[in-house]
Design a protein around this ligand. Structure first.
Ligand code: CMP
Length: 147
């Protein structure tokens, strides 16, 4: 069982797609283990996207991520990290296949709907960053995709 960190980005919140995206995660069999709305600070966005700090589009990412609150989700299940990356689709919605979250809800890279951790190492760091080691819950739904 793995847990991964997901952010529903400002465009998802502004366009009213929070529920539809969460539904896709639950439909797949993933369990919502943590859920909160957060207004991101400059410091938190800078830390989260530190690896993009030298990119010309970095100021745009910061403005985008702080424009409206985001919804942070801890999602758990078998192979959750790779599974969620598969559900999200390619980073650029123009390249994301129909059927994927970015393919179905996004139009351009300037609003790519969702962020999801890309590895076990990143998931651990990002879950701490957004949930601070607390507010992630363990509970049974009877069926968690593992028999
Ligand atoms: P995310 O999956 O959160 O991880 C890195 C983010 O950087 C990515 O989603 C996009 O929001 C953003 N990004 C990546 N490439 C570009 C680009 N060429 N122009 C603008 N934003 C980008």
């Amino acid at each position: 069982m793995e847990t991964t960190l997901i952010l529903l980005k400002p465009d998802t919140v502004e366009r009213g797609f929070i529920g539809q995206v969460i539904t896709r995660l639950e439909q797949k069999g993933l369990k919502i283990s943590g859920l909160k709305m957060m207004q991101l600070s400059d410091e938190l966005v800078t830390e989260h996207y530190d690896f993009l700090a030298d990119k010309p589009f970095f100021p745009n990412i910061k403005a985008y991520m702080m424009r409206t609150p985001v919804v942070a989700i801890a999602a758990s299940g078998a192979n959750a990290i790779a599974t969620v990356r598969m559900l999200t689709g390619a980073t650029n919605p123009q390249e994301a296949l129909p059927g994927s979250i970015r393919g179905d809800f996004g139009l351009t890279i300037d609003g790519n709907i969702i962020h999801a951790s890309d590895s076990a190492e990143t998931a651990e760091i990002e879950l701490k960053r957004f949930f601070g080691g607390s507010d992630v819950f363990e509970y049974s739904r009877g069926f968690d995709g593992v028999l």
